[in-house]
Design a binder for this molecule. Sequence first.
Ligand SMILES: [Mg+2]
Length: 370
Amino acid sequence: MKIKKIETFSNQYLSFVKLTTDRGDVGWGQMSTYHADITTQIFHRQVAPYSIGLKLQEQPNFADHLQLIIEKEHKFPGSYLLRAIAGLDTALWDLYGRLLEKPVASLIGGKPGKVKIYGSSMRRDISPQDESLRLCKLRDELGISAFKFRVGAECGRDKDEWEGRSEDIVKVLAKDLGADVQRLVDGNSCFSPEKAIALGNYMQDYGVSHFEEPCPYWEHNQTKLVKDALDIDVAGGEQDCDMSTWKSTLEKKVVDIVQPDVMYMGGIYRTLKVASMANEIGLPCTPHAANLSLVTICTKHLLTAIPNAGKYLEFSIEDETYYPWQKDIFNGNPFEVIDGFVEVTTDPGWGVEINLDWLENSDYRVTEIN
Ligand SMILES: [Mg+2]
């Protein structure tokens, strides 16, 4: 069995990959979101040429092929190549899932079942009162019992989105959501260690349990200062996709919770590797999954398979009114939340079908065997 055809369906935000074998089997994957049209060019130039004609074994065993692409393209380390490789990795997992009639979860050591979510707000342009209204509504209607909201400004150099917003939102949500609801915050690289520690102490008093990316994420020593000073869990690593960065931040124990992103990492194999390295030193893994595309589906499967899975799946609460590009990507609703949980079903592969209308309105490219 070998890969005969590699097709992509893309727009500026999203790009899906369809693999077809010489036996007619197919698998669907996705590259990382945003500037996906650029990632698609990289995919057909620097990923697909190595993969067309690739001989596939009966069981999934393609980690070395992904690594070989990285080695062949070793002059291009970094995000874009891995965002493209994620499309190949996730399509191959889906292909094997369909072939072997198993969900990907079962192929990687997990199993179908329920996964607890935390509702993840992406917004800073929202007042503490308005944020409270929508989070309380989700708590009451969907039974979600953990939420993450935003503090500081994104890469804000110690500036808040507006003065006093961070302290206000921590206080308002502590009161409105109640003590039974876990509260997590994300600083998105805003703070110096001094400011992060001061805010961290304030948040500890209000029962916040998770402080994500307090300092510029590339300043590992700053993040570690904050981690060492606070009782609250410091989380991070969502942008990190290079294995040497992961090895070094894990060795230095920069964070309490690691957050690799399946799509930024280059797919499931490399994310499993990070989760496993974290497990060796006793750290939980709560991957980053910040939108309702395939990243959240893949992460759901992954969480069932790792022994150090964090408490919950990141689940964006922003629908298409905030991210119009998320509209009508899949058939049905693969993101249904019941009593604060989503489900990994027994459906083969990722268990999703991409909407034909969406595909027909995308930009099409193909690499195939002549
Ligand atoms: Mg984050």
